[in-house]
Design a protein around this ligand. Sequence first.
Ligand code: KIV
Length: 263
Amino acid sequence: MKTVTLSTLQAFKRAGESFSCLTAYDASFARAASDAGIEVLLVGDSLGMVLQGHASTLPVTLEEICYHTRCAARGKGASLLMVDLPFMGNASTERLLENAGELMRAGAELVKVEGEAWMAEGIRELTRRGVPVCAHLGLTPQTVYQLGGYKVQGREAERATQILEDARTLVAAGASVILLECVPASLGRAVTEALDVPVIGIGAGPDTDGQILVMHDVLNVTAGRKPRFVKNFMADADDIQGAFRRYHEDVKARRFPAEEHCF
Ligand code: KIV
């Protein structure tokens, strides 16, 4: 695989070619995912749940994310490395800039921030300073207590319109990528069609430009009830590498997500 950059993702969007993304928190799994052809790796704050065993992503610290970023960066190969800004990392613009700087120094190539239209100012300041940003909309796990749980967002017309408008605002502020989590497939399609930047979906239907899953869900090692949008790719694979390859191929061929994974 040639080194994946933001330009690669933009070219995929223009060509209508889907791309695959997966979380990775260390060098070994980052290497396995990259070798399988997965174009974007995410050091997600989901590590708080799948590695640390917390009930949410909120306890994850900047130091912990930086540690896992340094690990994943050593194995990422040609994949693009996206990294989550942890909870309250955007408590002020000053703090946002400092924290994003730490993430970039640790090896991030794209910083993912949660937040709606109010994040526009912070995104403008980041991109002005050369930090590429992915804006995460829809179900934003860092606000799970405010949202009242891990629920599908944008089922009602008003909220769907708000998500679409927020996406437009954040792209206008400089966001290079939008990530949409847990929204109806119709909204995933509408946002993807409305924007000229790549849109990555998780539980956002088959029409987003790219798809992302948490590695532990792909490997079926997540405890408890599984969200509708995940798929166990170990079921038809002999080993981890095979599961990653199958996930990548199914995303590229737009076989995943299927109807049963959508809202
Ligand atoms: O932290 C994470 O893994 C994420 C994905 C669910 C997109 O944000």
